[in-house]
Design a protein around this ligand. Sequence first.
Ligand SMILES: Cc1cc2nc3c(=O)[nH]c(=O)nc-3n(C[C@H](O)[C@H](O)[C@H](O)COP(=O)(O)OP(=O)(O)OC[C@H]3O[C@@H](n4cnc5c(N)ncnc54)[C@H](O)[C@@H]3O)c2cc1C
Length: 529
Amino acid sequence: MIRINNVSLPLDYDETTVKKCAAKALKINTGEIRYASIYKRSVDARKKSNVHFEAVIDVKLSCKEQPIADRCSKAIIAEEYTYSLPESKPLKKRPVIIGSGPCGMFAALILAQAGQNPILIERGRNVDQRTEDVSKFWLTGKLDTASNVQFGEGGAGTFSDGKLNTGTKDIRTRKVLNEFVSHGAPKEILYLAKPHIGTDMLKNTVRNMRSSIIALGGEVLFESTMTGFKNKNGKITAVEITHQGNVHTIDTDHVILAIGHSARDTFRMLSRHGIAMQQKPFSMGVRIEHLQENINRQQYGSFWNSQYLSAADYKLAVHLKNGRGVYTFCMCPGGTVVAAASEERRVVTNGMSEFARDKINANSALLVGITPNDFGSEDILAGVEFQRILEHQAFLAGGENYHAPVQRVCDFLNGKKSTSPGSVIPSYKPGYEPTDLHLCLPDFITDSLQQGLILMDNRLNGFADGDAILTAVESRSSSPVRILRDENMQSVSMSGLYPCGEGAGYAGGIMSAAVDGIKAAEMILKLTM
Ligand SMILES: Cc1cc2nc3c(=O)[nH]c(=O)nc-3n(C[C@H](O)[C@H](O)[C@H](O)COP(=O)(O)OP(=O)(O)OC[C@H]3O[C@@H](n4cnc5c(N)ncnc54)[C@H](O)[C@@H]3O)c2cc1C
């Protein structure tokens, strides 16, 4: 198979166009191409007068491929990717995975595919019951601390934009995308440069993955929380699970700890047991909302309304004179800002979208880098406390009913309290309170956000539009701790315990968390040999 890079395609391309463009690049006749398909596709909107797709195209020819590839600088001979499980022997005791986010689900799937009958433990509820719990919170402000946007089947990624792009170069990302597709995700995620599933599709995918794990001999236990563990001479021997107030133990030699960044009680439990952890930098800030149409106009120029382009995104980062970085994160085109608290009397924002990304607003986290120096304490969990304080201040500023404090950008920049939104209506539910965000955020965050907004407006015209809405507080962009592990992915203080994914500080996003889960499962399989 020949892989051709940097092929420009018009927005309204079809199969014939793909073949023609590939043939032109290889300087052959279209008739010599037996098969052509797009391996990767991105939008090139650098010139607003010529917005088009840039593609990588895979072709199979009816003639010898090597000589043709050799004479085209854009082409290489490539092979189709297939994932191979490492060889393994049956484990004496079933492996246990704590947490059914992307990290835990993929670890469980791999171990199930290898015939190791894993047990997947999840504190929250299954995705259907969880959807009801989350809807209730967004409608009425009644929070279920075990079943919410952070906790439950599918983990933090279930109610999300479902963006599947990642900085991870690991080839296992292909395995993740292939598994998503075989469990119901749209095929286009295999070739889009910025693939996205959306909450509606993700729920289905997660449900189907659970069925596969069970069909392959795995077990999935919901409403079950790991509240302790047993060990002998620094080696794990069992996990303690609390289900409806009753504690039982599961004997095991291998525990994958994929608990996410919001499992504050579990972090405390691990710290009490002397599991080595350290403070870690992370980021905090707000969500910013604009009208999606304005973002489309800025990014696509006269093509802003093209039927071939999906809602436009952006990614901005600036470095301030005060040494801090301000950047946008987890941008959700055509999405909504969501209430993502998992603890009572706290307000947390995040963003999600449906597959169609067709809502009126665009939103993104607007974050300021925080280092352990800002925590004001050397306690390992000081970062968690820092998050908790700001989330509580946001709760108070919102009116103590899980409404979020919001402010128009013009008022935020002028240090003036907002009394109502302008043209951008906040999408956060169960409700919002126009106010002054300086009341709930420390000065170093508000100062940095103000400077960041101005600088970013120079890069994306209208970013600091006076009517854009800021909603606080975006506090859970990544984990405030790292659980230390060795080269075998096991805790440096407890062998048999594999701290993984976002909560342990080894991933940031759905794809990298899933890849880390796969790697941990592979490590367990390899160590059986
Ligand atoms: C609203 C929202 C939108 C997002 N959008 C995107 C996006 O578009 N793209 C992207 O890449 N990332 C997105 N993210 C981030 C992404 O979801 C996370 O990076 C990813 O889910 C981390 O995966 P994980 O498996 O490491 O942890 P998690 O997904 O957090 O899963 C951890 C699981 O462990 C469970 N758990 C915790 N403690 C225990 C315990 N003691 N016992 C049993 N179970 C426990 C939790 O209930 C949870 O289900 C979003 C996050 C949120 C909240």
